[in-house]
Ligand binder design. Sequence first.
Ligand code: HEC
Length: 230
Amino acid sequence: MNRAPLLFLGVFSALAFSFVGLVLTNQLTYGSFTTHVDEDEGNAFPLQLPGAAAQGKLVYQDLGCVSCHTQQVRREGFGPDIGEHSRGWGERQSVARDYLREERVLLGSQRVGPDLRNLAARKNAAGADFTADWLYRYIFDPKLVAAESSMPRYAFLFKTQKIVGQPSPKALALPEPYAPEAGHEIVPTARGEALVAYLLSLKDTYAYPETKNVYTPPEPKAGEKKEGHE
Ligand code: HEC
């Protein structure tokens, strides 16, 4: 019996189904996505990365930070990323449009360390001492900031130089045994500066029309103990 037509039909429908599922539906869903122009703010979101941050993204890619850090905040109910008793990684889930301007999307696949998608916003909200200097010290040696940290050091993004005249405003304030010898200072290299500019640009706080599941902390009632939602 000649089974060629049947075989052809089988192969054809497998390819057709894959094309519709993998290419066509995604094209229909996301193909028409554009930046969202907010007339009140006079800006198109997501914002373009400033030049230094765009350079820093290349350093981030180059050093493989993506092997330990994700950049995607999951919605409530899909893991403890958002919410009162959660890791506090964002106030809303990441949406496709957040990544619109990115040529290479660095979602990552495992979270050895925290998600960094909203790093700057959440650290600023946590207040106090989140600054570029905090990040420099974290990257120079994470144990300077978090004693138990298992993140590798990236001290090669810094250089020791002789102080000529005034100390550089970029010099790291380091305790012993990290402090350089007298008359010297440790400053970030151009790659280190770019990486920190990138990390400082990581904030997804703008709410697009399609943004759902924005977390608003519940108002605790007077005299009532705070209840979690876990
Ligand atoms: C081997 C895995 C690993 C790699 C590679 C790695 N990290 Fe980390 N990172 C961690 C871990 C683990 C933590 C959390 C440490 C802690 O505080 O307990 C962390 C924490 C951080 C934090 C602090 C986050 C916060 O919310 O406090 C920043 C910022 C950071 N990493 C940036 C980077 C950058 C930039 C790179 C690439 C240059 C990088 N990491 C590479 C594992 C890694």
